[in-house]
Design a protein around this ligand. Structure first.
Ligand code: MG
Length: 182
């Protein structure tokens, strides 16, 4: 009986390897530039300056994913001095990174992000951005969380000179295990 139970336990063990990653990004804000967050175009009187589409949230997300998988950073994958990345859509870069992760068996479990911006107020836009990011990651909406913080009028964020984002992600890879610990 014990042997049967042990065999069942062995078969049921499919260890989920998990990895956590963190990403951070900042872009300058200037009038006359588009503002994208999570691939969503935000109506605002200024936008982020960058080599690509300057989507600060997706850049932080990409770095978090690369970090979790131990695959370097966004600058190594999409160098600023490569003309191919000029005005490149960050959602395309994200798709490329996700594809590389999938090849290694990794899939995103959840993402939690913070956008730091004095304006615009993001409270009414958060659910749209969350849904867009969840779609890009192919996870349920509930697996993406977004928080918005101002700079309280202080520093480059508070003076509306810059916008920043931080993202933490969890990756999971299922691996059947035939060994019991202990
Ligand atoms: Mg960036």
């Amino acid at each position: 009986m014990q042997a049967v139970q042990l065999q069942l336990a062995r078969e049921e063990i499919a260890t989920a390897q998990v990895r956590v990653g963190i990403g951070h990004d900042t872009h300058r804000l200037e009038p006359g530039r588009p503002l994208l967050l999570g691939g969503v175009r935000i109506a605002h009187d200024r936008g982020a300056v960058g080599h690509s589409d300057a989507d600060v949230l997706l850049h932080a997300l990409i770095d978090a994913l690369l970090g979790a998988a131990g695959l370097g950073d966004i600058g190594e994958w999409f160098p600023n001095d490569d003309p191919a990345n000029r005005n490149r859509r960050s959602s395309e870069m994200l798709a490329e990174v996700l594809s590389a992760l999938r090849t290694q068996g990794w899939r995103p479990v959840n993402a939690d992000g913070i956008v730091f911006a004095e304006r615009p107020k993001l409270s009414s836009l958060k659910s749209e951005i969350r849904e867009a990011v969840a779609r890009l990651l192919a996870v349920p909406n509930s697996a993406v969380n977004l928080k918005a913080k101002t700079g309280e009028g202080v520093g480059p964020i508070g003076r509306e000179e810059a916008i920043s984002a931080e993202v933490v992600v969890l990756l999971e890879r299922e691996e059947a295990s035939n060994t019991l610990e202990g």
